[in-house]
Design a protein around this ligand. Structure first.
Ligand SMILES: *Cc1c(COP(=O)(O)O)cnc(C)c1O
Length: 421
């Protein structure tokens, strides 16, 4: 469900016409819907109303401060994977007590920042990290609340590059070592054992592998409790998939919530969820303008003013976003296009042989489901400014990130004196 719909022939975000946004803010442009963000958050939180539950939004999916502040106003916590994301989450008003910190490579300064902030939980991914964290916490006279991220040998996800739960992946501690490592952690002076954590992949549309992994984790929680290891929390990660193309029917957030409730049964724990894509993915679209239509060697290219630097998912993992004309064509006549950007790379292509109504120079197009892993991955390759982002709420809209000027882009670079003297 989202709030990007045609009124007549024109695509709207809530009560704002997309052509007006393109006119005001230029293209390429990310547009986010407040109502959609809130709706997705609400569906999950209502499904877990009867249970102690922390929804720690996965900041890496879309880390814009306005998005974070919107979710903070709903009561969301945050799952961060770097010192920078921790900074953003705190700045957007998410309280430290609702922040969990994931990731395989937490540095000393990142761990110290999180200890100083007093976050809810460290999701520890290795024995060396456990030792490092214990040492740093002890030096501060505190105990760091931890969950160990276990690798359940269940992998899932929409593409091999976003699957994380198999033995070959770098994530988590080995399943068969988990109990020994928990015992070790119990004796570490700076560690307070609090939970078990799992995250098996992203864009998971079939929840069966999730159920398998969660059942294993619930079994582990019971075994650890039998060993007098006080597990109070179970962190189930993120990963729920979303529809990217018309006709995609992934498991719904309510199916997911029902499955989780069923697997947990009467287990008395705080549940932590780390949804990213499910909250932000369909709450954003990406707007671009057609620069040229070029026909050559039997192919028809629609060359857009947006490139892989703005939206990397197609180049990074062959993702295809549904493309819709912002203003519907008067005729039903369709053509086949390769939708490409201006960047000097052959992977700078949003879709190949894409069938759509006829496109012309100057037309606006919308790539749907671009709210997650879109703007956050953008970069300035070819010295293309990171594009602007806009948030809509009903009839209101405002810039939530502006594109930098060329001067700003080069302002952090310098030419050493020996070159010019
Ligand atoms: C990326 C990530 C998430 C969010 O995944 P989604 O598929 O966007 O829900 C949650 N937890 C961890 C540890 C992650 O790395």
């Amino acid at each position: 469900m989202h709030h990007f719909e045609y009124r007549g022939d024109v695509l709207y975000c809530e009560d704002v016409a997309i052509p007006d946004l393109a006119e005001t803010y230029g293209t390429p442009l990310y547009v986010y819907s407040t109502a959609t963000l809130k709706r997705h958050y609400r569906v999950l939180s209502e499904a877990f109303e009867t249970q102690s539950c922390l929804i720690a939004y996965s900041v890496k999916a879309n880390s814009n401060l306005a998005v974070l502040a919107t979710l903070a106003s709903m009561g969301a916590g945050a799952d961060v994977v770097s010192g920078g994301e921790l900074y953003r989450a705190l700045k957007a008003g998410i309280p430290a007590e609702k922040i969990v910190f994931s990731g395989v490579g937490k540095s000393v300064s990142e761990l110290n920042a999180a200890l100083d902030a007093g976050i809810h939980q460290f999701n520890v991914e290795s024995i060396p990290e456990l030792h490092r964290l214990s040492r740093l916490a002890e030096a501060r006279g505190v105990k760091a609340p931890i969950a160990l991220r276990v690798n359940p040998h269940v992998a899932a996800g929409g593409h091999a590059n976003i699957s994380t739960g198999a033995a070959e992946h770098k994530f988590g501690i080995a399943w068969h070592e988990a109990k020994d490592i928990y015992k070790e952690a119990m004796d570490m002076p700076g560690i307070q054992v609090a939970g078990v954590d799992v995250h098996i992949g992203s864009q998971i549309t079939d929840i069966a592998p999730m159920r398998t992994a969660f059942e294993k984790v619930v079994g582990l929680v019971r075994e650890l409790r039998d060993m007098n290891i006080p597990i109070e929390r179970i962190d189930l990660g993120g990963g729920l998939g979303i529809p990217y193309r018309d006709g995609d029917v992934p498991a719904s957030p309510s199916d997911y919530a029902a499955m989780v409730r069923d697997v947990l049964g009467d287990l008395d724990v705080q549940v932590i969820l780390e949804p990213g894509r499910m909250i932000a993915g369909n709450a954003g679209i990406f707007i671009s303008r057609v620069e040229y239509i070029k026909e050559r060697d039997g192919r028809r290219f629609a060359i857009l003013d947006a490139g892989m630097n703005d939206l990397m998912r197609p180049a990074l993992y062959q993702a295809v976003h549904e493309m819709k004309p912002v203003v519907k064509s008067a005729s039903d006549w369709t053509q086949t296009y390769d939708l490409v950007g201006p960047i000097c790379e052959s992977t700078d292509r949003f879709a190949k042989d894409y069938e759509t109504t006829e496109l012309h120079e100057g037309d606006l197009v919308a790539f749907m489901s671009a709210g997650a892993y879109g703007a956050v991955m953008s970069n300035q390759y070819n010295t293309r400014p990171i594009c602007a982002e806009v948030l809509v709420d009903g009839e209101q809209h405002d810039l939530v990130r502006r594109a930098p000027t060329f001067e700003e882009i080069v302002s952090s670079e310098q030419i050493p004196k020996w070159i010019t003297s």
